[in-house]
Design a protein around this ligand. Structure first.
Ligand SMILES: [Zn+2]
Length: 475
């Protein structure tokens, strides 16, 4: 048994003591339980472990062990990072470098097949955007992927969209050892950010990491509907539990592939719905039969409409992202009893004045994007996640606090609720996860300041506990 003394956030108030036994919380209150040693965190603040409602654990981990392009500031820097990576790894057969976001580049630039051929003539190189929906390949990589690339390839620029790009790992299969090191790296990172449970949007090859004894996070996962026949092989274990099927109805705003009604102001295009009604209904049918929940990726208003129409006869499914919804859509979500999984970090990344949404979208969309506060007011079950861009709840909470539009802005304690119990709720796990309360799992994170102070620079994770075990300590 462990007794902890701190400022422990439990259902809206701070209490002084909690006692843990066998991975669960057995007591929270203002007086200590006698006879149990006390660990003193009096100067810190303890919150329920964050639950990220939308991750890609394997993909994120592979990013960490492969060539990570997050934070690059120019096209040139992309090539430099790849050169550094190749300098360190001598025996790779190809390079998948990912995570660049050209909307934050200081001057315009996008990787191109010509430049990549010039810099990397001898090895296949695939450079994937942060959204995962768009990539640029060099000629060697094009040859490698040729038979999987369909009409979505532009030979002039080297850009490939959707299709194979979304499921690169199915063609360029990472080995087991690479996957396991990806899991370890990803998990370490998530614990360091105070995340103890995730709702994972799996790729079809995630089973090896879900069955690994190294998995300590709780993973509730959604599997690509397209590959659902693989699920016959799957058995839930203590840490990884299958929740349902994942569907894509459109792409991303960053890739200009989200399906919208008013064209992108900088391209005149409107994106595309990438799922047929028939395939959607096939997934609905299977979900009915096997009691699966559906998690439907829908970003643009046309995709949202399409998702809502196809979920008419269902209840308690999830729509992921829901970025360019209208007030009408929000009403329909409420009526149809749909759950939402939203990403507040997108607001911080792209929704401030001058950022991508304003550059790319009509004013109507810009003024009403990621309208989490409007949704909050409707009491719609909602969880917060990151899509791993980046997976920091503190950054997401800060994004909401500083959001430009009132229809987005939410204060930190309220945002915390959606990052914990809200995320638990939308995957039917709110009785054991998401709160510091007697009977709940002892999943919590210790911060150096109260959550109200949220700002990445002012608020730090000191330590994280998963089922009563300390899994992260700040050095
Ligand atoms: Zn995603």
């Amino acid at each position: 048994m462990i007794q902890i003394k701190s400022n422990i956030y439990s259902e809206g108030e701070y209490l002084r003591f909690m006692v843990l036994r066998d991975g669960k919380i057995i007591y929270v209150g203002n007086t200590p339980l006698p006879g149990i040693d006390i660990i003193d965190y009096s100067s810190n603040y303890i919150y329920p472990g964050f639950i990220d409602s939308h991750t890609h654990l394997l993909w994120y981990g592979l990013n960490l062990v492969r060539c990570d392009l997050s934070g690059v500031n120019s096209e040139e820097e992309i090539y430099e990072r790849i050169e550094i990576y190749l300098g360190k790894k001598s025996n790779v057969n190809y390079v998948i470098a990912e995570g660049f976001d050209e909307t934050i580049f200081k001057k315009n630039g996008f990787p191109s097949i010509n430049k990549m051929d010039e810099r990397f003539p001898d090895i296949p190189v695939i450079v994937r955007r942060i959204c995962g929906h768009i990539a640029v390949v060099n000629t060697k990589a094009y040859k490698l992927l040729k038979k999987h690339i369909d009409k979505n390839f532009d030979a002039k620029t080297g850009i490939v969209k959707e299709g194979i790009i979304l499921s690169l790992n199915t063609v360029l299969k990472p080995g087991k050892a690479e996957k396991l090191s990806a899991l370890k790296e990803a998990q370490k990172k998530l614990f360091s950010l105070g995340i103890t449970t995730i709702s994972d949007m799996a790729t079809d090859d995630s089973f090896e990491i879900y069955n690994s004894k190294d998995l300590e996070l709780n993973v509730f996962f959604y599997y690509p509907a397209l590959f659902s026949k693989n699920l016959n092989e799957w058995r839930d274990n203590d840490n990884a539990v299958l929740k349902g099927l994942k569907l894509f109805t459109d792409g991303s705003i960053g890739g200009r592939t989200a399906a919208i009604s008013i064209p992108y102001t900088d391209s005149g295009t409107k994106g595309e719905i990438i799922l047929s009604e028939k395939d959607f209904q096939k997934a609905v049918h299977e979900a009915n039969k096997k009691n699966y929940q559906l998690a439907v990726h829908a970003i643009g208003d046309r995709a949202i409409e399409f998702a809502l129409d196809n979920l008419k006869k269902r209840r308690n499914d999830r729509i992921e992202h829901f970025e360019l919804s209208s007030k009408k859509h929000i009403e329909r979500v409420k009526e149809q009893k749909i759950f939402l999984s939203m990403q507040p970090n997108f607001i911080g990344n792209w929704s401030m004045p001058g950022q991508m949404y304003e550059q790319r979208l009509s004013e109507k969309y810009f003024k009403f994007n990621n309208a989490v506060n409007s949704i909050n007011k409707q009491n719609i079950p909602m969880g917060f996640g990151s899509d791993c861009m980046p997976p920091s709840p503190i950054y997401g909470i800060e994004s909401l606090k500083n959001a430009f539009f009132a229809n987005q802005r939410i204060n930190p304690t309220e945002a915390l609720k959606f990052y914990t119990e809200g995320s638990a709720e939308i995957m039917f796990e709110k009785r054991l996860y998401g709160k510091i309360k007697k009977g709940y799992y002892a999943d919590f994170t210790i911060l150096d300041n109260p959550i109200e102070k949220t700002a990445v620079k002012k608020l730090h994770v000191i330590s994280t506990f998963k089922k009563g075990k300390q899994v992260f300590t700040k050095e």
